[in-house]
Every structure is written in structure tokens, then in C-alpha cells.
Design a protein around this ligand. Structure first.
Ligand SMILES: Cc1cc2nc3c(=O)[nH]c(=O)nc-3n(C[C@H](O)[C@H](O)[C@H](O)COP(=O)(O)OP(=O)(O)OC[C@H]3O[C@@H](n4cnc5c(N)ncnc54)[C@H](O)[C@@H]3O)c2cc1C
Length: 458
């Protein structure tokens, strides 16, 4: 068996891992990145391929361009179950439809040029634990055979499977598990259509629990004739697999079924919940889907994988400078992520559970009444708070519109209150690992109390 020594070994080179490799390229650390796929499948996990432009600026990553940029997104159309209620959200160059493989390869090429060692077709099998400490990972490489990558810090960026995290000692808090209902399974096709898509710069989201229970279905144009079409369905509730729904329901629609060619089709799980209670432990970091950093409402995870990577990069440089690679030395990642992003995601997780209980009738009503109007949507997506009381007049308006659904009003007030409490709790994230158990207990109690109060099944 071969042995290689690094400061940092990143397992998984999707949006989280490749971004981290890119961000650490000039750090002076000896960094390796490994992924079981070959170059043609880099960033190959199925995805809707839509990403907000702000993620690139915020995380110091190059905006997609050339072949990696397939369509500039100037807005979104949100449809009610009958599709007669439509909310139009416009935002000039708000986002992109990308070619994930081309963008991911560009990041890896830049990282590699600057000295990061990239090992593709290399599958990590398990962590190496010595004397209770994480010392690296074992892997099998098509080219090199069995390899032990020894590392001072191992980063799990393997996506929702958490290939390394799941195999760490049971006593480590990073082993946190999650109920099935905290995930959706999503399936999508990239297809060439036989008609011109109107307004290809607008992505479309359709809310209809008869088609996509606990999620939504989408049609995201990648130019006039190519689209990424798919749906996400909540797991753990006995709903049919989204591939079946696609075949039996969506294919009957003229806008979906008129495909000339299927370019790619696949499905995968998405964690749609609050972030892991800790993203670090001794010599260990997890980022991206492995650490549940996806937006709980729309299931977009690329941008937050990049955010987690950026905070991980800053934390790693700090920890190596201080010579402390224990949980305490790496704790800065938790503090940075929870305060800037995790607190908002914790609040959105509260909202997500509520939205998954709504009937088509309630969604129809809310969208038609303009309840889920631009302000509400923007504030929900932007701030992680349901802004029910921005001003007196808006409050009066909001309540008058809700008079038709008093039960919904009562529930919304409760949801809003728990969103605020969840956000506050995440902003009070413990300063060091000693406070983790007590804090995690408070989080658990808050979400259990919320489920009971609003009537969300466990
Ligand atoms: C159908 C669908 C649609 C989606 N739509 C969107 C969208 O439009 N916009 C958006 O932002 N997000 C979307 N998401 C979510 C998004 O795809 C993920 O959040 C994002 O890819 C997470 O990045 P990641 O790097 O954490 O994980 P991944 O993309 O899963 O990458 C993990 C990498 O680890 C590698 N790996 C795994 N195990 C091992 C191992 N043992 N050894 C070596 N390598 C390993 C894999 O090959 C892979 O390259 C969607 C997801 C799905 C399933």
C-alpha cells in the first residue's frame, strides 16, 4: 500500500470540496483532493443547475463564464397548484444555469496549477483512526491501487452520503443522524425539447402536492430548447419515487413530454434541514450536503456548499497558524457558519416543516391572494424570518387577507415565533465544544415543542 502525507485531505470534489481545494490553493498548506469519479463526471451529481449570482461574490469564486455558463437567470415564476396563480419574481442577472462539470473542472484545474494534488477515480473507503485520533483515510485508486492518505485534517465533502462522517467513532458528535422526513429525494432530466421555451431567462417552480408532495417540481431552461426538469418529494412519508411521478404524470404535460433527446437523467437525496450540530471534531471537518448546509426551503445546496468551504478555508488557515487542529482549534468553522448562514437555515427549517403540511387548497389560496408575494418571499429567502409585521399598515393588510383562513393565521403566527426562536438559538451557538451537548439539547427541545404546537407529525 502507498502512503501519502498531507496537511489537509479533502474527500469529495463536488461544489463543497472543489471550492475548498480552490480556496486553499495559495494557503501554503499541503492539500490533496480525492474523488471517485473521473474528469468527465466531476460535479456529476444530479442537480437543477440553478445558482444565485451572489454566491460567487460572497465566496470569492469566479462567476461562471464561457461553456460553464448556459443561461443567465433574470427571474423566477412561481405557480399555484392550478397554475392560474403566478408570482413573478424579477431580478436582473440574479443567477445562472450552469454546466456543473465545466465549472467544477475549472476550479480543480486552477487548484491543481497552484499545487493542490487532485486524485480522481479514487474512492475513499474509511477513516484511519489511531489512538482515538483521526489520522487520514484509506482509498482505492484506479491508477495507484491501495493508498493511505495521511492527513492532519480530513474534510468530508462527499455529499449527502457522508462517506467518512458516517464511519467516525459513534461517540463523536459529528455522527449525528437525521429522520428520513428531513430529506427529499429529487430526480431530474436534462432534455432537448421540440419547442422554443418562452422567456428562457426565467426559471419556473410549480407547487402542487398531488405532483410533488413535500417539495415542488421545476422547469429550468438552459437556453431556448434545453431544460433541466425535475421534482423533489419528501422522504419518509410513503410517497412514490419522483422518477415514477415524472414518467406517469409530468411526461403527459405538453411542456415536459415534448422531448427530442434526453441528455442526462438521475436522482439523489437532498438534506433539507438545519445544519449539523457541529461541522468539526478533532482533525475533522465536514462541509456541503455532508454537513446539511442546503437551503431547507428550495433545496439549493451549491451556494451554501461554497459558503461552508469558504469558512472552512479561513478556519483551516487559522488552525494551522495556531497549531491547534482539535475540535476547539477548528471550532471557528461552526461559529462562522452558524452566525452568518446556519441561523437563517435553522429558521427556514421551521418554515419548511410547516409548508410541508399545507394542502393544495391552502397553497392555491395563499398564492392567489398574493400572500406569498414578493416581499414575503424575499424576506423569507433573504432573512430567515417570516416578516408578518413590518409596519402597522402592512400588518393590517396581511391579517385582513388571512381572515378567510383563521387557522392558517394562528399557525403562521406560531411558525413565525418559532422561526425567531430557532434563529436566536443558532446565533447563541456555543463558543467552544464544551457547550455543545447542552446547546444541542436545547435545539432538540425547541423543534420537538414546535412540532407539537403546530401539529407536524414526527
Ligand atoms: C435533483 C436535484 C436537483 C438539485 N437542484 C439544485 C439546484 O438547482 N441548485 C442548487 O444549488 N442545488 C441543487 N441541488 C442540491 C445540490 O446538488 C447539492 O446541494 C450540492 O451538489 C452539494 O454539493 P456537495 O459538494 O456537498 O456534494 P456533491 O455534489 O454530492 O459532491 C460530493 C462528491 O463526493 C464524491 N464522493 C462521494 N463519496 C466518495 C468517496 N467515498 N470517495 C471519493 N469521493 C466520493 C462524489 O463523487 C461527488 O463528486 C439539487 C440536488 C438534486 C439531487
Amino acid at each position: 500500500m502507498k502512503h501519502y502525507e498531507y496537511d489537509v485531505v479533502i474527500v469529495g470534489l463536488g461544489p463543497a470540496g472543489a471550492s475548498l481545494a480552490f480556496m486553499l490553493r495559495n494557503s501554503g498548506l499541503r492539500v490533496a483532493g480525492i474523488d471517485w469519479v473521473g474528469a468527465d463526471k466531476v460535479w456529476g451529481k444530479p442537480c437543477g443547475d440553478a445558482i444565485s449570482a451572489s454566491h460567487f461574490d460572497r465566496n470569492g469564486l469566479p462567476h461562471p463564464s464561457g461553456d460553464a455558463l448556459m443561461q443567465v437567470v433574470n427571474g423566477a415564476l412561481v405557480y399555484s397548484p392550478s397554475e392560474e396563480g403566478v408570482i413573478r419574481l424579477a431580478g436582473q442577472s440574479a443567477g445562472y444555469m450552469i454546466d456543473r462539470n465545466k465549472y467544477g473542472l475549472m476550479l480543480l484545474r486552477e487548484a491543481s496549477k497552484a499545487g493542490v494534488d487532485v486524485y480522481l477515480k479514487t474512492r475513499a473507503s474509511h477513516p484511519v483512526i489511531e489512538g482515538g485520533r483521526l489520522a487520514g483515510v484509506r482509498a482505492t485508486s484506479e491508477e495507484l491501487g491501495e493508498v493511505e492518505f495521511r492527513a492532519k485534517v480530513v474534510v468530508d465533502a462527499t455529499g449527502s452520503g457522508g462517506a467518512i462522517r458516517r464511519k467516525l467513532p459513534e461517540s463523536w458528535p459529528t455522527r449525528e443522524s437525521s429522520p428520513e422526513t428531513d430529506f427529499v429525494v429529487a430526480y431530474r432530466k436534462i432534455v432537448e425539447l421540440d419547442y422554443d421555451i418562452e422567456e428562457p431567462d426565467f426559471i419556473r417552480l410549480y407547487f402542487n402536492v398531488d405532483i410533488a408532495p413535500g417539495g415542488y417540481w421545476w422547469l429550468f431552461p438552459k437556453g431556448r430548447r434545453v431544460a433541466n426538469i425535475g421534482l423533489g418529494v419528501q422522504l419518509g412519508r410513503g410517497f412514490p419515487h419522483p422518477a415514477t411521478i415524472y414518467r406517469e404524470v409530468l411526461m403527459k404535460r405538453p411542456d415536459v413530454g415534448r422531448e427530442v433527446r434526453v441528455i442526462n437523467e438521475a436522482g439523489a437525496r437532498i438534506p433539507t434541514r438545519r445544519p449539523s450540530k457541529t461541522m468539526v471534531w478533532d482533525g475533522f471537518i465536514s462541509i456541503g450536503d455532508s454537513a446539511y448546509t442546503v437551503d431547507p426551503i428550495h433545496g439549493g445546496g451549491m451556494g451554501y456548499a461554497m459558503t461552508a468551504a469558504r469558512h472552512a478555508a479561513d478556519t483551516l488557515v487559522e488552525a494551522f497558524t495556531n497549531g491547534d487542529l482539535t475540535a476547539k482549534g477548528l471550532w471557528g468553522l461552526n461559529l462562522r457558519y452558524m452566525r452568518t448562514t446556519g441561523a437563517k437555515q435553522a429558521a427556514l427549517d421551521v418554515l419548511r416543516m410547516f409548508l410541508q403540511t399545507l394542502t393544495n387548497d391552502e397553497i392555491e389560496w395563499a398564492i392567489r391572494k398574493g400572500l406569498a408575494g414578493i416581499d414575503e418571499i424575499m424576506s423569507v429567502f433573504g432573512e430567515g424570518e417570516l416578516r408578518t409585521t413590518p409596519s402597522f399598515m402592512e400588518k393590517v393588510n396581511f391579517i385582513v387577507r388571512l381572515l378567510g383562513k383563521p387557522i392558517l393565521l394562528t399557525k403562521l403566527v406560531l411558525v413565525s415565533e418559532y422561526m425567531r426562536r430557532a434563529k436566536k438559538l443558532y446565533l447563541e451557538y456555543p463558543e467552544d465544544p464544551k457547550g455543545l451537548d447542552e446547546w444541542a439539547g436545547r435545539v432538540e427541545s425547541l423543534y420537538n415543542e414546535y412540532r407539537k404546537a403546530v401539529g407536524i407529525p414526527f
